[in-house]
Design a protein around this ligand. Structure first.
Ligand code: ZN
Length: 167
């Protein structure tokens, strides 16, 4: 008869990246706060839900920040593992995970996130860096593109010699 596998409660861990130094480390899954093993700063792990108006200096957590429909956050910065905005937020936002912006949400401030999904009708006002590409396009171009008369689809011009790579 094979011995029963030892039924000891192994501590479940999750791998996190420190908000401050970016280094990966394993922490107990159920931990609410941990101290970074590398830079010794405190890291919040729990999710944050904002149901009403809140003014804060900063929200920093590796969990998911949810701003409810009647919630409003005014903060210097939000540094989070993910963000769901159904209400209003004004902050410098850095998210390590996806940002979901609901259809009636307002987001004011610069946003950095790997991915962002925006509902139709959401109001966005800021500078966005989504993904690895550093977007440099201003959010609101002050001058419209110069409208040149569209010549319409053109016949491809025949090759007139070697293609200049500088062209
Ligand atoms: Zn750290």
């Amino acid at each position: 008869m094979p011995p029963d596998p030892p039924n000891r409660p192994a501590v479940e861990t999750v791998t996190i990246a420190c908000l401050h130094c970016g280094k990966l480390q394993e922490v107990p899954r159920k931990a609410q706060t941990v101290t970074c093993k590398h830079c010794y700063k405190r890291l919040e792990l729990q999710d944050v839900v904002i149901p009403k108006y809140e003014a804060r200096r900063a929200i920093e957590t590796l969990g998911i920040v949810t701003i409810e429909k009647k919630g409003q956050v005014i903060a210097d910065r939000i540094h989070c593992g993910g963000l769901i905005v159904r209400g209003k937020v004004k902050a410098e936002i850095t998210s390590r995970g996806p940002i979901l912006v609901g259809p009636e949400a307002d987001v004011i401030g610069n946003v950095t996130a790997p991915t962002m999904a925006i509902g139709a009708g959401a109001v966005l006002n800021g500078h966005y860096e989504v993904g690895r590409v550093r977007a440099t396009t201003p959010p609101e171009p002050t001058s419209p593109e110069p409208t040149s008369p569209d010549p319409g689809p053109q016949e491809p011009t025949p090759d007139e010699g070697p293609i200049d790579p500088e062209a």
